[in-house]
Design a protein around this ligand. Structure first.
Ligand code: PMT
Length: 231
């Protein structure tokens, strides 16, 4: 494995789902497998970067040359991100973070109620991890690349999310197509990034996540190089 040079950029990547506890034996989560985020970490290490991967619970081996930090909940992912992102050159949020968590996870296993057929859970909003990185003061703020999981009007919603979350680049994947997105080995995406002239974009046809990851990393590093040159 080539060791990153001392001047290699530090890249922090989040991957996988988060798990939001309801009680000691139950949780809310989603179908993210971590494959896209782990492929990004592997591709970034191959480009010679110094890579830290903050991962939710997944069943994947750590890519060669990558430092991995395991977390479960969105709040834990947020805390690790806040610790590491201010020292990074590039932050990529590929994790499928739960937007909500239980307001008060039960200390003991929830019992089935004797009466009534419904159970009401109260959820509260989780922190928006990537928006908090994008909002860091200029001298601490890495280049910020987000993902968008969309089921319709992919490019329009991605443009909107790029602006609203204050990102530098966004990778929008269509998660409505069978065999792409969550859990699969293949993905297709729109890449959109900001330039002084406006937003540029390119579309990537269905391909292995490992291959798409290389394209995303090279595009992000090129953007980083132009921003560094402008400073
Ligand atoms: O893991 P795989 O099985 O390989 O699947 C890959 C993927 C489909 C999960 C991945 O490619 C992807 O799209 N990840 C983002 C999924 C998502 O949560 O999208 P979103 O549109 O809800 O969120 C937009 C962005 O905000 C994302 O960068 C997300 O990481 C970030 N976010 C969202 C909520 C939150 N509380 N904090 C965040 O940082």
């Amino acid at each position: 494995t080539p060791r990153p040079a001392a001047s290699a950029p530090h890249i922090v990547i989040t991957a996988g789902p988060t798990r939001e506890p309801l009680d000691p034996v139950r949780y809310l989560s989603n179908h993210s497998s971590g494959k896209m985020g782990f492929a990004l970490a592997a591709a970034a290490a191959l480009e010679g970067a110094n890579v830290t991967l903050i991962s939710g619970p997944v069943e994947l081996p750590t890519p060669k040359g990558v430092t991995r930090i395991d977390v479960e909940s969105a709040e834990q992912m947020h805390a690790e991100t806040q610790r590491l992102a201010p020292r990074a050159a590039l932050f990529i949020g590929c994790a499928a973070v739960a937007d909500y968590r239980a307001a008060a996870p039960a200390e003991h296993k929830l019992k089935k109620q004797e009466t009534g057929d419904t159970l009401t859970l109260t959820l509260v909003k989780n922190p928006d991890i990537i928006a908090s990185v994008a909002a860091l003061p200029a001298e601490q703020r890495p280049l910020v690349v987000g993902f968008a999981a969309e089921t319709q009007d992919i490019e329009r919603y991605a443009r909107d999310k790029l602006q609203r979350k204050g990102l530098d680049m966004i990778v929008a994947n269509d998660v409505s197509l069978a065999g792409l997105g969550f859990g699969s080995d293949q993905n297709a995406a729109w890449l959109l990034w900001r330039t002084p002239q406006g937003v540029e974009s390119r579309s990537e046809a269905p391909q292995p996540k490992t291959q798409l990851a290389g394209t995303i990393i090279r595009q992000a590093l090129a953007l980083l190089a132009t921003q560094t040159a402008e400073k």
